[in-house]
Design a protein around this ligand. Structure first.
Ligand SMILES: [Mn+2]
Length: 346
């Protein structure tokens, strides 16, 4: 039996309970390219809704589940994730956003639609405050931890697959509790870990991945260059957006740099992923400045993401390199990098 960690006020649960209990149908919307935290949070919210009432539940996203690990997780959970545009949203009486918020630019919910429920751990967006129910805790390392607390407070049984997903979601968003995590994440992990399927955790983490993945890593490394203590790479056109974050994570492991920035082109978007191991400056606030006026973005202290919609052809290298140079100049200004001559990484 899991014990209540007292992080969640009973009041919050009692506000959410009737919303889920009275819902006939629940549409859960994740980010366009859901990560393990989003998948686990959506599965957990579905479990909560099913414990409270009889809502018919659909899980949706605007894109695809990209990374092989994330697909393996969704398969293990038997999560039917549908494309948002294939669902008639007027047929749902409750819409919930998990691990994202209305108007952030990374989910498919049209801006004019206000969801009923928002559960997230990114900084609070202004639109969210107009929603009927929202619980946004930027100090938490994972949305999965927030939803976990609701399950515990409501005494809902957490089965092995769900415990496994929550563990994987928390682990992946916090890099094994080492990055942007809180005491609550540790408490959730401590309670859930013994219940998780450890063989499955290992299988998900080492799932088979197509050869294109290795080509992408190869070109990211070949193209990388160094500005001050920041390593930068443009991976060009990508098949799934998650790769920019993965490459930024990989490049941050360089023992001579405290920052990493990765660009990628997806559809008509230029995606950015920023990571830091420097505690003095927040990656999230740097990212907000980088995309200010030209795109959307944000994040946490050590990791952040952003996106810029291209007016012209995103593949046109000339326009893209101008944009990237503008961003690099801003980055150098903020990080007080004086030597702005790019040096090859390898
Ligand atoms: Mn998350």
């Amino acid at each position: 039996m899991l014990t209540n960690q007292h992080n969640l006020s009973a009041n919050k649960l009692e506000t959410l309970r009737p919303i889920l209990a009275e819902a006939r149908s629940l549409l859960i919307v994740m980010q366009d390219y859901p990560d393990p935290d989003a998948l686990a949070s959506a599965a957990a919210l579905r479990a909560l809704a099913h414990a409270f009432g009889e809502a018919r539940t659909s899980l949706t996203c605007g894109g695809v589940i990209g990374r092989a690990e994330n697909r393996a997780l969704a398969d293990y959970l038997r999560l039917p994730v549908r494309l948002f545009e294939d669902v008639d949203r007027s047929r749902f009486d409750v819409i919930a956003l998990v691990d994202t918020q209305p108007g952030t630019g990374n989910n498919a919910l049209p801006r004019e639609i206000s969801p009923t429920v928002v559960l997230d751990h990114h900084p609070l967006f202004p639109n969210t405050q107009n929603c009927k129910f929202f619980d946004v805790r930027p100090n938490y390392g994972a949305t999965a931890t927030i939803v976990y607390e609701y399950l515990v407070e409501a005494n809902v049984d957490i089965d092995i697959p769900l415990a496994t997903a929550l563990v994987y979601g928390i682990r992946s968003d916090t890099h094994d509790l080492g990055r942007d995590s809180s005491r609550a994440d540790l408490e959730a992990m401590s309670a859930l870990y013994p219940k998780a399927n450890h063989r499955m955790l290992s299988e998900i983490q080492t799932s088979k991945t197509p050869r294109t993945y290795f080509r992408m890593i190869n070109s990211a490394l070949q193209n990388a260059y160094v500005l001050g203590d920041c390593v930068v790479s443009d991976v060009g056109r990508i098949e799934t957006p998650d790769i920019v974050g993965e490459i930024a994570d990989l490049l941050l492991r360089d023992d001579q740099c405290q920052w990493s920035l990765c660009f990628g082109v997806f559809g008509d978007l230029i995606l950015l992923s920023l990571r830091t191991s420097d505690w003095r400056t927040s990656a999230g606030s740097v990212m907000r400045t980088l995309v200010s006026g030209i795109g959307t973005g944000g994040g946490h202290r050590m990791m952040a993401g952003g996106q810029i919609r291209c007016i012209g052809d995103a593949d046109a290298t000339e326009a893209r390199s101008q944009l990237e140079q503008r961003i690099e100049t801003l980055l150098c200004d903020m990080l007080q990098i004086t030597d702005r001559e790019p040096r090859p990484f390898l």
